[in-house]
Design a binder for this molecule. Sequence first.
Ligand SMILES: O=P(O)(O)OC[C@H]1O[C@H](O[C@H]2O[C@H](CO)[C@@H](O)[C@H](O)[C@H]2O)[C@H](O)[C@@H](O)[C@@H]1O
Length: 245
Amino acid sequence: MIGLDFDGTLSPIVPDPAAAVIHPKAPEVLAELGAHVRSVAIVTGRPPATALELGPGLAAVPGLVVLGHYGFERWEGGRISAPPPPAGVPRAEAELPLLLDSLGLEGVTTEDKRRAVAVHTRRSPDPEGALAKLREPLAKLAEKHGLVVEPGRFVLELRPPGMDKGQALSLFLAERAARSVMFVGDDLGDLAAFEAVRASGLPGVTVCSGSAEVTALAEQADIVVDGPDGVVALLAELASAFSRS
Ligand SMILES: O=P(O)(O)OC[C@H]1O[C@H](O[C@H]2O[C@H](CO)[C@@H](O)[C@H](O)[C@H]2O)[C@H](O)[C@@H](O)[C@@H]1O
């Protein structure tokens, strides 16, 4: 089974989350791999519908499953299954404009994901400084509305508790009776999936899509490649090895 994160792994990081697009060669190489492995799953913080919009061609990958919103939502064979979105998200979102105004931060943007709301600092003049100023107030806002804060690459996301990429991956491995697993990620949210690979007891490999922004994942990875270009090159080598065997 092959599991992959989306942003920063299959899709190069760009300043505007809405302008992200999958690496042009990724859908084709995933389709080749899909013909050789039991399952290919994208495990992402994005809603599955968004990952598919930003990844034209993905829907044609044989057997692809998208576990979106850290595993709360699932896309498979053209259908999305999801529990109702939690009430805390729109409540927290309604308080955000005032909170952001009170902090006087420039260039901080929000991303409404329905089941979560993300606060991005990448386009701020001081992305690290803005993130530092946001941590405590966003943690309080999340707690007030029964949410948790998911930190990522210049982003703090307020989302419901009770699921993460590790749980999502473990459940999927059990469901598919996987015999081996590879997981590829780039960000802190992918650490839980790396742990799930190890906890599964299956022959497994963890791959980090390396960047200067996140070092914690590379430290835990079996293999580090150079961003989405490196991920696609590795997947292409794997597909080529499968087709020769
Ligand atoms: O689990 P992932 O697939 O890695 O999604 C995590 C978050 O990714 C997105 O934000 C990141 O990518 C953006 C586009 O390249 C970039 O502008 C931003 O700075 C990154 O943090 C997405 O916007 C979030 O909703 C996801 O939770």
